[in-house]
Design a protein around this ligand. Structure first.
Ligand code: AMP
Ligand code: MG
Length: 441
């Protein structure tokens, strides 16, 4: 046993349990203050999921010409004030053609055949869809009138040359990739990914390739967290499992503080061997909260270690200077509860915004949706609940139902769920058919 290495008067943070809203606000406030990382240039597709370190500008007008949005005939709307009308067909423009004014233009009583994506010839002010026409020799009979501007997008209507299309700080998804591609950016500048240390604690926890003893469990948290870190735009660094023993735990925490952010799991509850806060306290950590009024995840901890700790820890300070990602005078950490569902939920609620900020992303608010509850929920007051749930239903008929679960250790239930139902602390009973708030996952 390790009692001999326990300090005689443990340095335990004075408890600061805050509401969900205050906890989230505190994280957001600290996230705003962190420094973005260095910039690197990558091939466009390698930029998927990365955060732009440059704004993407339109290199010309979008569309670059008046672009037809239908197959049909370029016309003068005034010629179709009365229909049916007969127009003389004087030419054709397909996508990729350039209608030289003077060679291919639309005069009074005339029409030019046009295909989707082709430039509108001079003189035309609308496109009539082919479905409303019949071709007879060199003439076309048009059965429907059109308004000026119909069925084409004027040059520059989507964006003017030089206009900002994507902001710096925006995470690239497929639509961002499309924009970068359309302005000819085959390489993009992105922020370097922050390195996020993942440290699981617990005497009962063994590596996933080990055969667990009768009272042991495999270290799933390091893997779920590493996956969540990657999803949030970070690079996970999985550390060795820390036993519930202060010296080894401290050494691993110090190692983790060499990264841009440290995520711990386990050891933050009230048990005799929950040593994370004590050891962080010895390292002169500052705690912003040591619990949030939520379930699952109440014991969640958020804090930071200052420069003197990092220098003493050795390596932390220099590592941070080298990566240049976070402010070298301070390293943030989260102590997430060890129950796997609590770990995953508290990551999404609190750790994700910090990782996104370290990755250079402009902060986003949490987005809650609403859906009708399928079957009644009974719960207890006092905590804001984030309960794994299944959202299903037809168009305009979304329904949500709690996943049946055995509590915060039940990963199988979470894997069946696709969202969380969020319940205010004052609610005890929610009837079937009521609208409830959801957080997608
Ligand atoms: P703790 O927060 O340390 O009290 O742990 C709470 C529960 O989560 C215990 O049942 C642990 O066995 C479980 N647990 C802790 N760490 C992990 C881990 N790394 N992977 C899976 N389960 C864990
Ligand atoms: Mg533990």
């Amino acid at each position: 046993m390790s009692s001999s290495s326990h300090p005689s008067s443990p340095v335990v943070a004075s408890a600061r349990v805050v509401s969900f809203e205050v906890a989230r606000h505190l994280v957001e406030q600290h996230a705003i203050s962190v420094c973005r990382g260095e910039v690197e240039t990558v091939d466009l597709l390698a930029g998927l999921g990365r955060v732009l370190a440059e704004g993407i500008l339109a290199d010309r007008d979008f569309p670059p010409f008046d672009r037809a949005t239908r197959d049909g005939y370029a016309v003068r709307a005034a010629d179709l004030a009365e229909v049916p009308a007969r127009l003389e067909v004087v030419g054709e423009v397909k996508a990729g053609d350039w209608p030289e004014p003077g060679v291919c233009s639309v005069g009074r009583g005339q029409a030019v055949g046009i295909m989707t994506g082709a430039p509108l010839p001079a003189g035309a002010d609308a496109v009539v869809m082919v479905e409303h026409t019949s071709l007879a020799g060199h003439a076309v009979e048009v059965r429907r009138s059109v308004s000026v501007g119909e069925n084409f997008v004027p040059r520059g209507a989507e964006a003017r040359a030089g206009q900002l299309l994507l902001d710096r700080g925006r995470r690239l998804d497929h639509s961002g990739i499309a924009i970068a591609a359309s302005v000819g950016k085959s390489r993009v500048q992105v922020f370097r990914k922050p390195r996020v240390a993942v440290l699981s604690t617990g005497d009962e926890v063994v590596e996933i390739d080990a055969t667990p003893g009768p009272a042991q469990i495999r270290n799933s948290n390091s893997y779920s967290l590493a996956a969540q870190v990657q999803n949030a735009g970070g690079e996970a660094v999985r550390l060795a499992i820390a036993p519930d023993e202060p010296l080894r735990l401290r050494a691993l925490i110090e190692e983790g503080l060499g990264c841009d952010l440290l995520l711990l799991t386990g050891g933050v509850s009230m048990g005799k061997y929950d040593l994370v806060e004590q050891v962080l306290g010895e390292l002169k950590a500052e705690f912003y909260f040591t619990g949030a009024e939520i379930q699952p995840g109440r014991p969640v901890v958020f804090g930071s270690c200052g420069a003197d700790t990092l220098v003493r820890a050795g390596g932390g300070f220099t590592a941070s200077t080298r990566t240049g990602v976070s402010a070298p005078h301070k390293k943030y950490f989260f102590g997430l509860p060890g129950n796997p569902v609590s770990t995953m939920v508290t990551f999404e609620l609190f750790a994700r915004p910090m990782i996104e900020a370290l990755a250079g992303q402009t902060p986003r608010r949490l987005i809650f949706l609403r859906a009708r509850l399928k079957s009644e929920i009974r719960t207890k007051t006092g905590l804001k609940r984030f309960l794994p749930a299944v959202l299903s239903g037809e168009f305009e008929n979304a329904e949500v139902e709690l996943a049946r679960w055995q509590g915060s250790g039940d990963i199988a239930a979470l894997a069946r769920a696709n969202c969380y139902v969020v319940i205010s602390p004052e609610r005890e009973r929610i009837e079937a058919g009521e609208w409830v708030s959801l957080l997608m996952r």
